[in-house]
Ligand binder design. Structure first.
Ligand code: HEC
Ligand code: HEC
Length: 248
C-alpha cells in the first residue's frame, strides 16, 4: 500500500468552487480532510482486503478504505493511527452493538465531511444497511470462502442482529470461513456506498436520501417529540425490537 510522507504546504482552491469547501490544509489535525474523487471499485477492493488479507476487522476495513485513501492523496497517511479503528470489530469489542462496517464508515465520513453532509450521508448509509440485501459485492477472487455468499436484509444496524439474520438464511456457522467472506464483502459494500456518496458531495450533486427507514418514519410521526407522545431518540427500524407496539 502506498504510504506517502507528510507534505508541508497548503492546498488552495480557487474562489470559483462553492458548496462543499475542499480548501483544506494538508494537515491531519484539521477536519474535514480534503479528498479526491474515489475510485469505487478500488475502494471496495481495499475494504475487502483490509478485512480478508490484513485481518484488521470490519471497522478498520471501512474506515481505512475511506479516510486512508483520502490521507494518501493528501500526503498525511503516516500521521494518523489507523489501527485505532480496530476497536469497532464485532460491534465494538465483541458486544454485537453497531456493525463495525457502519461504525468505521461513520468515523471515516466524520473526517471527510462537514455538516449537513456528514449526518445526511451517515443516515442514508444506515438506512441502506438496514434495508438492502447485503453484501452485494463479489470479489474476483474470494479470499475466505468460495461458496456463494447469501445476501440478507438486516432490518437493524447491530452486528449481532445482522449476523443472526444471515446465519438463519444461509445455514452457515458463525465464525466460519463463509461468515468471514460475508463480512469481508459487507465491508466492500458499505465502503462502496459511502464512497459513491462522497463523490456526489464533491461534485455538488449529493441529494440527501431518507434519514430513516419507512417503518421508523411511520412511528416517528408521533414519537419524534413534536407531539405529547414519548419522544424517541432513534432512527432505527422500531419493529425489530418493538414487534408488538400498539398490537400491530
Ligand atoms: C398515531 C400516533 C402514533 C404512532 C404512529 C405510533 N405511536 Fe407509539 N404511542 C403513541 C401514543 C399516544 C402512545 C402512548 C403515550 C406515550 O407513551 O407516548 C404510544 C406509546 C408507545 C410505546 C410505549 C407504550 C407501549 O405500548 O409499550 C411504544 C413502545 C411505542 N409507542 C412504539 C411505537 C412504534 C414502534 C411505532 C411504529 C410501529 C409507534 N409507536 C407508532 C402514538 C403513536
Ligand atoms: C434496539 C432495540 C430498540 C429499537 C430499535 C427501538 N427501541 Fe424503543 N425501546 C427499546 C427498549 C429496550 C425500551 C425500554 C423498554 C420498553 O419500554 O419497551 C424502549 C422504549 C420505547 C418507548 C417507551 C418510552 C417511554 O417513555 O416509555 C417508546 C415510545 C419507543 N421505545 C419507541 C421506539 C420507536 C418509535 C423506535 C423507532 C424509531 C424505537 N423505539 C426503536 C428498544 C428499542
Amino acid at each position: 500500500m502506498l504510504r506517502l510522507g507528510t507534505v508541508a504546504g497548503v492546498v488552495t482552491v480557487g474562489a470559483g468552487i462553492s458548496g462543499y469547501d475542499i480548501a483544506k490544509a494538508a494537515d491531519a489535525s484539521q477536519i474535514p480532510w480534503a479528498y479526491k474523487k474515489f475510485n469505487i471499485k478500488k475502494t471496495m477492493k481495499r475494504a475487502y482486503e483490509n478485512y480478508a488479507v490484513l485481518g484488521k476487522g470490519c471497522s478498520y476495513a471501512v474506515f481505512e478504505a475511506l479516510a486512508g485513501t483520502a490521507a494518501e492523496k493528501n500526503g498525511t497517511y503516516d500521521s494518523f493511527p489507523w489501527t485505532v479503528a480496530t476497536v469497532g470489530s464485532g460491534g465494538v469489542a465483541h458486544w454485537g452493538a453497531i456493525c463495525g462496517t457502519l461504525n468505521g464508515a461513520a468515523w471515516g465520513l466524520s473526517l471527510l465531511l462537514a455538516e449537513p453532509y456528514r449526518s445526511q450521508v451517515i443516515q442514508e448509509l444506515f438506512v441502506y444497511y438496514e434495508s438492502e440485501k447485503l453484501p452485494n459485492y463479489k470479489p474476483k477472487k474470494p479470499l475466505k470462502s468460495d461458496k456463494n455468499v447469501k445476501r440478507t436484509k438486516a432490518n437493524a444496524i447491530q452486528c449481532h442482529v445482522s449476523i443472526e439474520a444471515w446465519v438463519d438464511a444461509s445455514g452457515a456457522k458463525k465464525g466460519s470461513a463463509e461468515q468471514k467472506e460475508r463480512c469481508a464483502c459487507l465491508c466492500a459494500s458499505i465502503a462502496g456506498k459511502a464512497a459513491r456518496m462522497l463523490n456526489d458531495v464533491l461534485k455538488e450533486k449529493y441529494v440527501a436520501g431518507d434519514s430513516m427507514g419507512k417503518v421508523a418514519a411511520g412511528c416517528m410521526e408521533c414519537h419524534d417529540g413534536s407531539a405529547t407522545h414519548s419522544a424517541v431518540l432513534s432512527h432505527a427500524d422500531c419493529t425489530t425490537c418493538h414487534d408488538d407496539a400498539h398490537n400491530q
